[in-house]
Design a protein around this ligand. Structure first.
Ligand code: ADP
Ligand code: MG
Length: 690
């Protein structure tokens, strides 16, 4: 028998063998180490289970029993009530649910469950209203102790077998697990050692022990990523050779004069923050976070013009051609009088035009460029790039931020803007390497958008009467069709179909159509016509989601609204909150799923993007909020953004402190550093040495 190590194939573990190893492989377990890192998804806590005769009214308590009867009833007003009777040996206890008819099917007679909640004594029996329910497996029996771990399983592998195999792994090699954190560091944070934590998370003797163990494991996960971010920042800060731009009173006055309005407090705050960055000698890496319509473009233009005033080039990158065009028009209007040499670089230039722009950027004759991702393609180089603005960053991947640089010479300043209010926890992760300015206010005189959900025919009829009335009085309208993938044929079909239908039902108005399959030139012309009010109603897909700015368009109808994400709906709605007239947004949806009802209600109830984003986050998880699932943007293993906010804050504080103090470079932390680089050097563009 060879000596067992962490790297040993799991089949050699006593009690495993090739047959179980085969099943374990389906859980991505090859080695004994993989096995130990197969962490429980949660635990069942029996330690507070109490017999019915000891229950007290209105206190949080837990009972355990077998379902002996379930019934569902229709009440008045179409409400449903589902009730389940539990046999808890010494007595029966009841659970009831209103308007959750699906509970009927989730509770099966004979099944063992746990109810947690605050009971009331009702009609001679203890009753839990809407208790939290945990379903027990057959083998979740008393024999396992008061805390039972639960794992993701695979067919043929039952939980008790997995627990037994993991137990065997712990017995054989647990002492071999190295701890990347130095003893003293760990002691200060009152954390168990890693081997102890892994053992406890699999075999906890109390909930507290499990929580402490899980906290240690989640801490490492978040800490390592935050260390990566801190290293990335240090790498930038180490080069104190960014151009220094002083925002003199003269420059400031000349820029402000361009705008026909006073800047908001939020805009002034952002300008103050970025001016400090620009004079520091370090390259700026700042994120401006502001809700839709807060006026980020003004801040972007300000930053670009400061760089140009100092003889450098500026670049503004937008995620779509539509938005690049719009920024281009805004800039052209504002800078009509000035002598600044500017160009637009998008995918629709002819090769010849493109070459001319590239030459101008390389020679420095072009001072300001607006564009799409065409700006970061191969062959684009700048003579003296001083300022990069990335608009609507949430539409880009994390890595794209790093792609701007001067071929030689100092790094440019980078300002990233996003209109998706990002919950703080996510922000610390996704944008954890950036300085952050949050703009809270909006330009004065803005009216909130009135949002209403429409599901019945009479509601629809009323809404359309209202909308026609508003169109007649001179407002413009968007009609947004679902299906989110811009390359899909279906989407085009749905927008085309809607366009034809609308043309028939709105004969008095001019209609336009934009979607991803209409060619660029035509799409741009239609947008321009809409902007100039030659078109009253624009039927579109989500191509208008970000940035589009037509203040007179104050009406929006979103079809099949349940098919969009919450933040996306908020972005869309932001299109009609820009002028002096009140905006009206109608969410058309006949869905009756509780989840989409909750989302649409959240939107009806709040116009604050931050509130909406927090809810979105809770309902759908972080990947969807950023729309970056496909980028694999969240490189975390175990952490849960909602549950682990406190640990994240701690991990961030400790990581940044450790790097800043220089202690991270001491031999004590060498093991940890190696781990960080192993995990993140590629993602975060960190050098392997230093
Ligand atoms: P976003 O933050 O969504 O990118 P924009 O920069 O597109 O917002 O600005 C939205 C609208 O508000 C634009 O029409 C812009 O001209 C206007 N705006 C921006 N700042 C101000 C301000 N300080 N006062 C009045 N209107 C403003
Ligand atoms: Mg914008």
């Amino acid at each position: 028998m060879p000596e067992l190590t962490l790297n040993t194939d799991v089949q050699f573990l006593p009690g495993v063998g090739p047959r179980w190893a085969e099943l374990l492989r389906k859980l991505n377990v090859e080695t004994i180490e993989d096995l130990l890192w197969t962490l429980p998804r949660d635990i069942l806590d029996f330690s507070h289970v109490c017999p019915p005769e000891e229950l007290k009214a209105d206190k949080p308590q837990t009972v355990r029993g077998k379902v002996v009867d379930v019934d569902a009833r229709l009440l008045r007003n179409n409400r449903t009530m589902t009730a389940a009777l539990l046999d808890c040996s010494s007595d029966f206890v009841r659970g009831v649910w209103f308007n959750q008819p699906w509970m009927r099917n989730r509770l099966v007679e004979g099944q063992s469950v746990i109810f947690s909640g605050k009971p009331k004594f009702n009609q001679g029996r203890w009753e839990f209203s809407h208790p939290n329910v945990q379903w027990l497996d057959e083998d979740d029996s008393e024999t396992g102790g008061v805390i039972l771990t639960r794992y993701r399983l695979t067919d043929g592998l039952k939980v008790h077998k997995l627990r037994q195999i993991i137990g065997s792994g712990i017995e054989s090699v647990i002492d071999q697990i190295p701890d990347p954190l130095p003893e003293s560091f760990r002691a200060r944070l009152k954390m168990p050692s890693l081997s102890k934590a892994i053992q406890s998370v699999h075999q906890p003797s109390s909930k507290d022990e499990y929580d402490a163990a899980r906290r240690r494991i989640v801490f490492d996960d978040l800490f390592e990523f935050q260390l990566g971010l801190a290293l990335r920042r240090r790498q930038w800060r180490a080069r104190q050779n960014a151009p220094k731009f002083e925002t003199t009173a003269k420059i400031d006055a000349r820029i402000r004069r361009l705008f026909p309005f006073q800047l908001t407090d939020g805009q002034n705050l952002a300008i103050k923050d970025l001016s400090n960055d620009l004079r520091s000698g370090y390259a700026m890496h700042r994120l401006i976070q502001a809700d839709v319509g807060a006026g980020k473009t003004v801040v972007a233009i300000y930053a670009l013009l400061v760089a140009i005033a100092h003889g450098y080039q500026g670049a503004l990158m937008a995620p779509t051609e539509l938005l690049a065009n719009q920024h281009w028009e805004t800039l052209s209007e504002l800078l009509g009088e000035s002598r600044i040499e500017k160009e637009l670089l998008t995918g629709s230039l002819t090769p010849k035009e493109r070459q001319r722009v590239l030459d101008g950027l390389a020679s420095g004759s072009i001072q300001l460029v607006v564009g799409t991702q065409a700006l970061i393609q191969k062959g684009v180089s700048f003579e003296k790039l001083g300022m990069v603005i990335i608009d609507e960053q949430h539409k880009f991947g994390v890595a794209q931020r790093a792609q701007f640089s001067n071929d030689s010479g100092p790094p440019p300043h980078i300002l990233v803007m996003t209109a998706t209010p990002i919950p703080r926890t996510l922000c610390l992760t996704q944008f954890g390497d950036l300085d952050i300015t949050i703009v809270k206010d909006r330009p004065k005189g803005r009216q909130p958008v009135v949002t209403s959900r429409i599901s019945t025919s009479p509601q629809k009829r009323k809404a359309w009467e209202f909308l026609k009335e508003k169109l007649r009085s001179g407002r413009q309208m968007y009609i947004v069709c679902p299906l989110v993938d811009t390359s899909s044929k279906m989407e085009a079909a749905s927008a085309e179909e809607t366009f034809l239908k609308m043309k028939a039902s709105l004969p008095d108005f001019k209609l336009g159509l934009v979607h991803g399959r209409i060619d660029r030139e035509e799409r741009n012309e239609t947008m321009a016509a809409f902007r100039d009010h030659e078109i009253d109603v624009l039927v579109s897909t989500t191509v208008i989601e970000v940035g589009v700015d037509v203040p007179n368009a104050t009406l929006m109808v979103i079809l099949d609204a349940e098919r969009f994400g919450l933040s996306q709906l908020h972005q869309l709605r932001g299109r009609i909150a820009r002028g002096k007239h009140r905006g009206y947004c109608f969410l058309v949806s006949s869905s009756d799923s509780p989840e989409s009802n909750a989302r649409l209600a959240a939107l009806e109830n709040s116009s604050d993007g931050f509130v909406v984003a927090e809810q979105d986050f809770e309902l759908r998880g972080p990947g969807d909020v950023l729309g970056t699932r496909q980028h694999g943007a969240l490189p975390l293993r175990f952490a849960d953004f909602l549950k682990d906010e406190k640990v994240l804050e701690q991990a961030r504080k400790e990581a940044f402190h450790l790097v800043r103090s220089g202690d991270f470079d001491s031999p004590e932390f060498a093991k940890l550093k190696e781990k960080v680089l192993d995990r993140f050097s590629k993602l975060l563009d960190l050098p392997r040495s230093g």
